[in-house]
Design a protein around this ligand. Structure first.
Ligand code: SF4
Length: 411
């Protein structure tokens, strides 16, 4: 059924490039199968496909993951790819039975479908290289459009905002629009845009804590006028930077990803290149060496490229905000500041990857940047246990304040 849907403009240009894709949806992570699809696979008659399916599928018995949506999953082969993937990088289920036979996860990816208050929103996941190119390499920034889109009944709706509401739900749109406006404000560096967003979130959290509600629109108006005030903009640029704290804290958080296991060979290469670019031959983390290499790479390779193409990072953040339905005011369970802190940590860690990789290659170009961000998004963003642990780590290390977070994101 066609639905009026809000989406970034790049979505209308997206087309999966199939076997030409340098990655594939099915590598490096668990491919889940919903209950209905699992039951359909039990009825397959073709003996070859039936045998393949029975040796490739496993039921999820863990109570935390065994909902109808995540009823079963495909076993990964020795290359960490879905075992139904052919040598030509095509899905054997799709080849034999057609797209409709795919599980909801496979039919949906790389789309991200949200529905809140009856409104549909469709966007793309940067972990798909083709989406990454379309979304990130757009110099004018991400723009949005409404279109009548055929919504497939089997697509997963990742977030739905109509189960639980609070008095702030009505402010979702104005806050979200201002958040995107701040991130797209090119009179500030990206790090400073994140600081301004933090100031907004802090003011809103204060309002939420005291259940004032009525002052949300005033807060929004005051931030909008601050953004057009050159003195305010200059004052943000004068805030302190503490590179040692930034590098040490963010590198620890990056390293903690290893504890969750890394099955994507492409990300493993990204990680190794980053380490090589920042630590050269040293085995142990030495802050002096790390800082020196970071500063050299930043000046020689990262900054000349990003000076012209900072819109790539801007587009990454805007896409993240839109995908994640930021600010999540549809539930009382998520704190705005938690969401904001996670966004900043992800940005900070991404920047360290890019600076490290620029040192390994002695340059940055579109190809290296897209590969780095795509592999980063696939391994970092898509592991919810890890992303949850990032905010916990900030809290445990007493970095959970706007003053500390601004030290993690500013250049
Ligand atoms: S990652 Fe994207 S382009 Fe590659 S196969 Fe999957 S949907 Fe297609």
């Amino acid at each position: 059924m066609k639905q009026n849907t809000l989406m970034p403009e790049y979505m209308s240009k997206f087309k999966c490039i199939g076997g030409d894709c340098e990655d594939t949806c099915c590598s490096g992570w668990t491919v889940t199968v919903d209950k209905k699809t699992y039951k359909n696979y039990q009825k397959v008659k073709d003996p070859v496909l039936k045998k393949e399916l029975s040796s490739s599928l496993k039921r999820n018995k863990n109570s935390a993951t065994s909902s109808d949506r995540y009823y079963a999953s495909f076993i990964l082969n020795e290359n960490s790819c879905c075992s139904m993937l052919t040598e030509k990088k095509l899905c054997s289920i799709q080849v034999e039975m057609g797209e409709k036979a795919l599980s909801s996860t496979c039919q949906t990816y790389p789309r991200n479908l949200n529905k809140h208050d009856g409104n549909y929103e469709l966007s793309g996941r940067i972990s798909c290289p083709e989406i990454a190119r379309l979304a990130l390499l757009e110099p004018k920034g991400i723009e949005f459009e409404e279109a009548d889109i055929e919504i497939n009944d089997n697509w997963l709706i990742f977030m739905s905002g109509n189960q639980e509401t609070n008095i702030y739900t009505q402010y979702f749109w104005p806050i979200r629009m201002l958040a995107i406006e701040i991130i797209q404000n090119r009179s500030l560096s990206i790090g400073d845009r994140l600081v301004v967003l933090g100031l907004l979130i802090e003011a809103l959290e204060n309002d939420i804590k005291h259940r004032l509600g009525s002052s949300v629109l005033e807060i929004i108006d005051s931030f909008r006028s601050k953004l057009s005030n050159p003195e305010y903009i200059n004052s943000i640029g004068m805030l302190k930077v503490n590179l040692d704290l930034q590098l040490q804290a963010l590198f620890e958080l990056i390293r903690s990803r290893l504890k969750f296991g890394i099955s994507s060979e492409r990300y493993r290469m990204t990680f190794d290149d980053m380490i090589n670019g920042l630590m050269h031959n040293s085995e142990e983390f030495d802050l002096d060496i790390f800082r020196q290499n970071y500063e050299d790479n930043y000046k020689l390779y990262y900054s000349p490229y990003m000076h012209k193409k900072e819109y790539i990072l801007e587009n990454y953040l805007v896409n993240y905000l839109f995908n994640s339905l930021f600010p999540n005011l549809f539930t009382n369970k998520v704190s705005l500041f938690d969401e904001y802190a996670l966004l900043c940590v992800i940005y900070g860690m991404l920047k360290i990857h890019l600076v490290g990789i620029s040192g390994k290659h002695k340059l940055l170009n579109d190809e290296i940047v897209i590969r780095t961000i795509q592999t980063f998004a696939k391994t970092i963003e898509h592991n919810s246990s890890y992303t949850k642990s990032l905010v916990e780590e900030l809290k445990n290390n007493n970095y959970y304040s706007l003053a500390h977070i601004s030290l993690l994101v500013r250049d």
